[in-house]
Design a protein around this ligand. Structure first.
Ligand code: AMP
Ligand code: GLY
Length: 426
């Protein structure tokens, strides 16, 4: 089979790494890929948002399956355009991707289908939103303010006081910090608890959950510092034991897939539920319409089944026929970020230590570039180092041993990935 992966980050390298293990894989292409995916297949010099050019290229090259990584091309309708030309695609239609691309749609959808989520109100008028905030008691509870559209993970503010909330609202709705994504705003009740990511494969009808994973969003140890795209991940997280995973699958993921189909938006791809485990049970913070990053980097080494079989079965509507099996043990991913990340990452620094011997570990490229014989930094999140083993402690040991052998100017990473889970803190 000829497979094209659209995207060029750590998530796409992890998908390429796993697909490359499939006996059914003929040729692997990535667009635009990165130096990591280049060692596994052919790099296609087209950006993930190249739309019509990607469609033409896929038709011309008779691609058997297109796998779309990032949310932006999905929200822009790339899957529809490819299907319209007769191609087989793993990734939701534009209409189904609204579950991530419009938080206003997602919240209303959850309400329509009785999915557990924080209470909310949606606003397109700034003064109406300000009026709503006046009733909030920041001492007792609090709110979360969200730009409704796609804002690269930066559209959510958790204000500590009324002044912060006002400032956030002004920033999003008046100043237009996130452009059109902030024309509509969701204000929701603030929840507390541990956060878990549960991703599931779906062909639009059948749902098969992955192992529960946990992201680490803050830049610094002990969850200090600014929010990032994710500084590390573990899977499976002991915070979500198998019975709870099953409960979430039955009460949240399956009804969401059924609801989308019933509303004429069948969802083919990965549905990602970002959940808060509260005393009242799991609540949905958000849905994403794609594989998580860096969750995927931790999940792929634990997938025992053939990823290509699963993705092709989803695209063909026959996921029920395919086994999705996971290995025992655990995996942990540590992100190596550039100096200045997330505000203003430094780029162009030479990276050393990429060729060290690896046993139960893999170094995924996220933001790197090949310059002559050298690989240099080219983004905020530079590398995703994943280790695995019989348990989380072993997995972390593998990941940190490899991470400590990699060097570039200003490299920064968290030293406490998985520690809360290890200590069993809830
Ligand atoms: P989202 O993009 O909607 O997942 O929000 C990003 C982050 O904001 C989440 O990972 C949570 O840490 C936080 N968050 C979102 N919604 C809530 C909520 N209702 N209560 C508390 N924290 C939240
Ligand atoms: N790990 C967060 C995300 O993929 O959105």
């Amino acid at each position: 089979m000829k497979v094209l992966i659209v995207g060029g980050g750590g998530r796409e390298h992890a998908l390429a790494w796993k697909l490359a293990q499939s006996p059914r894989l003929g040729r692997l292409y990535t667009a635009p890929g990165n130096p990591g995916t280049a060692s596994l297949g052919v790099t296609v010099p087209l950006a993930a948002d190249a739309g019509p050019a990607l469609v033409d290229w896929s038709v011309t090259n008779a691609i058997d399956l297109v796998v779309i990584g990032p949310e932006a091309p999905l929200a822009a309708g790339l899957a529809d355009a490819l299907r319209g030309r007769g191609l087989r695609v793993f990734g939701p239609s534009r209409a189904a991707a609204e579950i991530e691309a419009s938080k206003a749609f997602a919240k209303a959808f959850m309400r329509r289908h009785n999915l557990p989520t924080a209470r909310h109100a949606t606003f397109t008028d700034y003064y109406a939103a300000v009026g709503h905030l006046l009733a909030v008691d920041f001492e007792r509870s609090g709110v979360v303010i969200k730009a409704s559209g796609l804002a690269a993970g930066k559209g959510v503010v958790v204000p500590e006081c009324a002044d912060d909330a006002d400032a956030a609202l002004r920033d999003i709705m008046v100043t237009g910090a996130h452009g059109a994504a902030g024309q509509t705003v969701v204000i929701e009740e603030r929840l507390s608890g541990e956060e878990v990511s549960l991703l599931a494969f779906s062909d639009g009808t059948t749902v098969k959950a992955m192992l529960p994973a946990q992201d680490h969003k803050r830049l610094g140890d002990n969850d200090q510092g600014p929010n990032t795209g994710g500084m590390g991940a573990i899977a499976p997280t002991p915070l979500c034991p198998p019975a709870l995973t099953e409960q979430i699958t039955v009460t949240i993921l399956q009804p969401a897939i059924d609801g989308l189909r019933a509303e004429g938006r069948p969802f083919v791809g990965v549905l990602y539920a970002g959940l808060m485990l509260t005393p009242a049970g799991p609540q949905v913070l958000e849905f994403n319409c794609r594989f998580g990053d860096p969750e995927t980097e931790a999940l792929m080494p634990l997938l025992e089944s053939d990823l290509l079989d699963i993705l092709a079965a989803c695209a063909d509507g026959r996921l029920a026929e395919v086994d999705v099996r996971w290995r025992a043990g655990a995996a942990a991913c540590v992100i190596l970020a550039a100096a200045g990340y997330p505000a203003a990452p430094e780029t162009g620094r030479a990276i050393r230590g990429l060729n060290q011997p690896l046993d139960q570990a893999v170094i995924y490229h996220a933001g790197t570039r090949q310059v002559g014989d050298e690989v240099v930094t080219a983004g905020g999140r530079v590398l995703a180092v994943t280790g695995w083993g019989a348990n989380l402690k072993d997995a972390l040991g593998q990941a940190y041993q490899v991470a400590s052998g990699i060097h570039f100017d200003g490299v920064q990473y968290r030293h406490d990935i998985g520690q809360r889970a290890l200590r069993g803190i809830s």
